[in-house]
Design a protein around this ligand. Sequence first.
Ligand SMILES: [Zn+2]
Ligand SMILES: [Zn+2]
Length: 250
Amino acid sequence: MKVTVVGCSGSFPGPGNAASCYLLEAGGFRVLLDLGNGAVGALQEYCTVGDIDAVLITHLHPDHCMDLLSLYVARTYDPRRGYPVIPVHAPAGAATHLARAYGRAEPPGLTGCFDFVDWSEGRHEVGPLSVSVAPMAHPVPAWGIRVEHAGRTLAYSGDTGPCDGLLEIAHDADLALFESSFEQGRDDAAPPDLHLTGGEAGEYASRAGVRRLVLTHLPPWNDPDLSLAAARTAYSGPVELARPGSTYEL
Ligand SMILES: [Zn+2]
Ligand SMILES: [Zn+2]
C-alpha cells in the first residue's frame, strides 16, 4: 500500500494544508480516507478526480467530509466524460447530510455520483482492501479505520478522544495515523471524548504495538514540536508529523 498525505490540517484548513484527506493506493485501486475542506484541490497534485475508486469517511464534521461536494461537482459536470458511481462508506445519515449541504433534495441527492454505504462493525471489502472499523470517542458518530492489504496494515483514527477502539483498529499496524489535536496543559479543561494529545497518541500507539506513528490533525494554532515531543515520551518507535505530500510505502 502507498499512502499520500493530501491534507492533514486539524479542524480547518491551514496555509498550504487542506483538512484531513489521505490517498491510499493498492493493487491498482485508489481510495480516499476522509475528504475534508480544500482536499480536492490538493488531491489533483497526485491524481485526477476521475481516478478515485472509493471514499471512506470517518465522521461528518466538515473537516472530514465537506469536499465530497467538490468531488461531486468535479465528477458530475466534467464536460469531457462521465464517471462511474463510486462507493462512499460513511456514518449513517451521510447521504442526507451532504445532500442538504449541497441544497439538493432527496431523491436524487448525490446518488448520481456516490453510492453511500453505512459503516457497521465488522469487515468490509472495498476493492482489494479489507477494511474494518471501530467506534471512536467523539461528539458525533465517528469510526476509526483499519485497512489491510497483502499482509500490511494501516490504521487511521479520524478524530477521537482516548478509547479502546484505537487498540482495536491499530493492533500490530505497520503505520498508524493518529490525530493529535490537543496540547497537554492548554486543553486539559476541554470536554472528554473529543481529541487526543500527542502524549495520548503515543500511549495508544505503544499499547497497540504499532510499528510507525504519524501524528495528524494538528490545528494551525498548535506548536507541532510540542505534540511530537509529547508523543515521544510515550512511544519509543519511529514517530513524525504528517505533512502535505508525504508518502509512506507499506
Ligand atoms: Zn477533525
Ligand atoms: Zn471531528
